[in-house]
Design a protein around this ligand. Sequence first.
Ligand SMILES: [Zn+2]
Length: 226
Amino acid sequence: MWRRDRFTNAELDAAPLLHIDPKPELQVFGGPRVGTTYDVTDACKVCGAGARQTSALLINGEELSALEGRRAASTYYSDLIVEERLAGQLASSGITGLSFRGVFAAFESQVRFQLPWRQLCPDKTLPPMSPRSTGIARHKHCVCGRSGVTGMNEQPTRLVYRARDLAEMQDVNLTWEWFGEPRFNGDVSDALFPYPWFLVTPKVWRIFQGAGVTEFEWIPIRLEES
Ligand SMILES: [Zn+2]
């Protein structure tokens, strides 16, 4: 059982940034092994952290029923997608740091077609978080220093940032750290890339809240006292 903190809407609304934690039962399979392409020129050769997506997001066509009746979803690797009307609302809301890519269903038969969904693509990566963050494990830290970070069962995740490191934050940002347990041997089509987490301002949360999205948990970060 995952231990998590619970927050009131007032607490979420007052946070500097919120970590988006997609509910695991609502995730679909997508990413490199489904045919999404990535440029790994500047990525870590060991874990793939820093891989840059270069195509639309492909998700497994056999799992489309999981998206029915939903307005937001996630892949297992924290690629976030929203249905196109919600994407339109986000685009016209004036929130900063966000662009969009298309989302396609891919089948083993090589058939592909575009879905009425858009992938959320943040432009900004924040500096590393404070070592005072708790509830994250660095057991398998990669030589690059960016990946091998995971959440923990026993302790709720509490991300801490130094206030000065948020000076250039946007409404939508990615963590410098990449999470999950990667597997990469240089072949992108067989890769299990680590992935950064999304950190967004309460302005973004309010739009999702207004759209009735219940697929994500929202967890406030804390600022380091200095
Ligand atoms: Zn690495």
